[in-house]
Design a binder for this molecule. Sequence first.
Ligand code: DON
Length: 566
Amino acid sequence: MRTTLVLLAITLASTTYAQQPTRNDAYHYQVKKSVTATHGAVVSAHPLASQAGLQMLQQGGNAVDAAIATQFALAVVYPAAGNLGGGGFLIAHLKDGKNLAIDYREKAPAAASRDMYLDKSGNANTTLSQEGHLAAGVPGTVAGIFASLPYAKLTIQQLIAPAITLAEKGFAITEREAKSLNSQQALFSKLNTKPNVFVRTRTWKAGDTLLQKDLAATLKRIRDNGRAGFYEGETAALIVAEMKRGKGLMTTADLKAYEAKERTAVSFPYKSYRIVTMPLPSSGGIALQQMLGMVEKYPLASWGFHSVNAMHVMIEAERRAYADRAEYLGDPDFVKVPVKQLTSPAYLQSRMEDYDPHHAGSSDTTGAGKVYYESDETTHLSVMDNEGNAVAVTTTLNGGYGSKVVVGGAGFFLNNEMDDFSVKPGVPNMYGLVGNEANAVAPGKRMLSSMTPTIVLKKDKPYIVAGTPGGSTIITSVFQTVLNILEFNLPTQQAVDAPKFHHQWWPDQVDVEEDFDEAPLQGLRQMGYKIVPHSPIGRTEVIKVNDKGQLEAAGDKRGDDSAAGY
Ligand code: DON
C-alpha cells in the first residue's frame, strides 16, 4: 500500500506548522503516520486538519479546543466526510474525571414517516434513502460543536479561524481526494440543483486547488452568530431553499428545533481497564461492551494475535452483538431499549453458551438473545493534551459526500443519514445492516449509528483514544484495535494498521482485508466459516500513552490520515 508522502509542492516554502495555515502551508504539507509527543497530540483523516488542532493546543487550548478546530477544518479539507451538514458523537474524559458524551446525531425531519422509502407495492427504494435530498437528516454537527464549547478554553473565533482560511484561500488536494472527487462527478451533476465547486468538466488531479468561497461565508456566519449562524438566518434559508428545489423535507422549523444532547457515556470495566464509549443512539458502545464482555474470559493473549482460536471467539462475539443490534437498538428517546440486560455479565455469558470451540456458528440458528423488557464516509479524530483531557470524535455524512447534495450558495454537503434507519424490517442498508421496528423512521427520531468514539482508562487516567469510520465495520474495528493493544500487545501503529476482520451477523460471513495472512483463514475455513475479501476496513486514529508518559499518535495507513503533536 502506498504510504506517507503526499507532497504537493507548488511553492518552495517550507512547512511551518506552528502558525496559522498560510496559503503556502496549505500547499506544502506531509502525511505523518506516527508522532510521539509530550504536550499534546491530534490524529485525524487529513494533515491540515490535524495541524489546525495542533495550533489550538499550542495557543493554550485543551483537547476539546483541538477537537473543535480539527472538526471545522475537516469540513473544509475532507469534504467526503468532514462536515457541517452531517452529525457525530463526542466522547471525552476530562481532567476533573468527568466523562462527557455529546450526541449530535442527525434527526429525521418532522415530515418524515415510517414508510417514506417504500413504493406502492411496499418495496423499499434505498436509492431514495441514500442519494439526493430525501436522504438527508437534520444536521447536528454545528449544534454539537457549540455543546462542546463550554469545555473548551479558546473562543469560537479562534477555533474556526483555520477552517475559514483553508476555505477562503484554498488548499492543494491529495491524489486520493482527486480520485474520490472524480469518481462522484456523474452523481454530483445528477443530484445538485445549483453549480458548486466540486463539479467541473476537467478531471481533478493531485495538487489542484479547492477554493470554497460559499463554505467560507457559511463558516463566517457561524463565527459571527454562533449556532444561529447555521440553524437560523441565511444558512437555514439556503438549506430550506435547497430542499424546496430538490423536493426534500427539511424545514425552517426542523432546523430551529435541532438540539445536541449530553448523554451518559457507556462506561464499563474490561479487566483492570475502564472503557468509556458512546451510548445510544449509537449502537457502538453497547455492542463493544457486549463483545468485550463475551471474550473477556477467554485466554486471548496466550492464544495470540490473529490465531485461529482468538479470531473464532471474537467472530462469534461479533455475530451475537450484531444480532442484538438489529433486533433491539434504536433511538432511546423513541424506543425502550433493554440496555441493562443486553450488557449484563449474566446475559453475555448466556449468549456464549452455544459457542462451539471447534466449529463456526450459524446466523440461521443464532439470532438475537432473549431479553425481558424492564419498565424502565464518516471520519474520526483523537486528541489528548497534557492536562489529562482526552477527546474522541466520530463525525459523518454517512456515505462519501453524504447525499451528494451541496446546499446551493452555502457550499457544504448534506448527509444521507436517513439510510441508517431501517427503511423496512429486514431490508439491508448501504452497509448490509438489517434492523427492525426499534430503528424504523419516525419524525424527529435519531437513526441508529455504529460510530464508536472510545477512550480506555488505565488507573482512571486516559490511556487510549480510538475510533474509526467504516459503517457497520466501525464497532468490530474498535473492538479489535483495543484488543490489539490490551491483549496482543501490538505497538500503537501496528495496532492501527493490522489487517481487520469483520462479522455482522448477516450476511453470515467473515469479511477480511486483502493483506490478511492466509494461515488463520485456512483454519477458519476448516471450522466452517465463509471468508470473503473486503476492501480496506476503516481508518482508525489512535493515541496511546506509553510507559514514559508520552503520547503515541498513529494515523491509519489506509488513507491520508496524519498525526500531529509537540
Ligand atoms: O453512523 C453510522 O453508523 C454510519 N452513518 C457511519 C458511516 C461511515 O462510517 C462511513 N464511512 N466509511
